[in-house]
Design a protein around this ligand. Structure first.
Ligand code: PMP
Length: 388
């Protein structure tokens, strides 16, 4: 096959044509009226996509890790206590970031493949006086989704701020930031929003902004300080160009296009599409005799799948053979199963055709790696869900 394989890793993802062309335009000045309009639109649309009508959006050059660090840098002061709930690698990363910012961190860990247990969170919250708690909505190392709403409710009852790592969920999984009383919900541009990589995206609640305003000590990171970025966000949203650090003009315009597409599709429909894609992919895997890492369908993400490689199949070879057959997938990430698992993203602009092409490529990959199954059964099982 001479065409490039479709990009089905858990980010970056394939871009819809409108996003690609917005990103391919020559750069404009950050003072240009057209850019001011795009930036303002992106900020307003973020509130809609996040379900946070009174939230304060921030769009800053960087990846999802910067969005995580912004939450930590602005909300905690040395010796503050933070409860990290972890369902994989990215919960552990949050613990490291908070520790680096001087917080005293406690971690509640879910067993591999399971979501975080609300009872374990309740008892941890009851044991300590925490300032903030983190939730990883979808941990990309396990494809496990934790339902943020009951955990956020437990935190709110105790006056604890909730920070949601939505890097692998925002734009693909249900999110109602205000209704669920989540104080910070963050993501990056390259995942379920289907924009190019390069932007850290954060929406902070009025309570989060108030906590930041009442800090006793200055934010220790100059670049991540909301104090530097708030006037910029307020400026662009109010139609006034402003400068702190040169805005990534091309990426912001691509983001505005991606968010417009999400708003046009409607978040309810977009979430339902991702649910159908996720279910179809998992059914396809099941028909091929491939076992998923999430312990149940209830905690399996819609945005990506993570599965164990069948006995006798080497991950690197499976990834290479599947790419040759037309779809680029990813190897494992979680240290306990890194060399025995693979991951497939099905988020953003993915449709039924792309999903089935990925199942077909995976079937070819598995067959070339010597896995035995009846050819076409994965495709048929996935298709049945997509057509139902
Ligand atoms: N959190 C989650 C859940 C992620 O999936 C990722 C990226 N895979 C990150 C955080 C970090 O994002 P980035 O790679 O954009 O820094």
């Amino acid at each position: 096959m001479s065409r490039r394989p479709i990009l089905m890793i858990p980010g970056p993802v394939e871009l819809p044509p409108a996003v690609q062309s917005a990103g391919a335009e020559p750069p404009v000045s950050h003072m240009d009226e057209r850019f001011v309009t795009s930036f303002g639109d992106a900020l307003r649309l973020m509130r809609q996509v996040w379900g946070a009508p009174s939230g304060q959006p921030f769009v800053v050059s960087g990846s999802g890790t910067l969005a995580m660090e912004m939450a930590a840098a602005n909300l905690v002061e040395p010796e503050d206590r933070v409860l990290v709930t972890s369902s994989g690698v990215f919960g552990e990363r949050f613990a490291q970031i908070f520790e680096r910012h001087g917080a005293r961190v406690e971690v509640v860990r879910a067993p591999l493949g399971e979501a975080v247990d609300p009872e374990a969170v309740r008892s941890a919250l009851d044991r300590g006086r925490f300032k903030a708690m983190t939730i990883t909505h979808v941990d990309t190392s396990t494809a496990v989704r934790t339902d943020p709403s009951p955990l956020a409710a437990l935190a709110k009852e105790r006056g604890v701020l909730t920070i949601l790592d939505g890097v692998c969920s925002v734009g693909g999984e249900a999110l109602h930031q205000a209704e669920w009383e989540i104080d910070v919900a963050l993501t990056a541009s390259q995942k379920a929003l289907a924009a190019p990589p390069g932007l850290a995206l954060v929406v902070a609640s009025p309570d989060a902004m108030e906590t930041w305003r009442r800090r006793k000590r200055p934010v220790r990171s100059y670049y991540a300080d909301w104090g530097n970025w708030l006037p910029i966000m307020e400026g662009y949203e109010g139609g006034r160009p402003s400068y702190f650090g040169t805005p990534p003009v091309t990426l912001v315009r691509a983001l505005a296009a991606a968010l417009s597409l999400a708003a046009e599709e409607g978040m309810v429909q977009r979430v339902a599409r991702h649910q159908r894609l996720g279910k179809a992919f998992r059914k396809g895997l099941g028909a091929l005799g491939v076992v998923g890492v999430p312990a149940s369908d209830g905690c399996a993400a819609s945005t990506l799948s993570c599965a164990h490689v069948p006995d006798g199949v080497a991950v690197a070879r499976l990834v290479a053979e599947t790419a040759t057959a037309g779809a680029l997938i990813a190897g494992g990430l979680h240290p306990e199963i890194r060399s025995r698992s693979f991951r497939v993203g099905h988020m953003g602009a993915v449709d039924a055709t792309m999903l089935l092409a990925t199942v077909d490529a995976l079937e070819q990959g598995l067959a070339r790696c010597g896995h035995g199954f009846e050819r076409g059964v994965g495709h048929a099982a996935a298709r049945e869900v997509l057509e139902s």
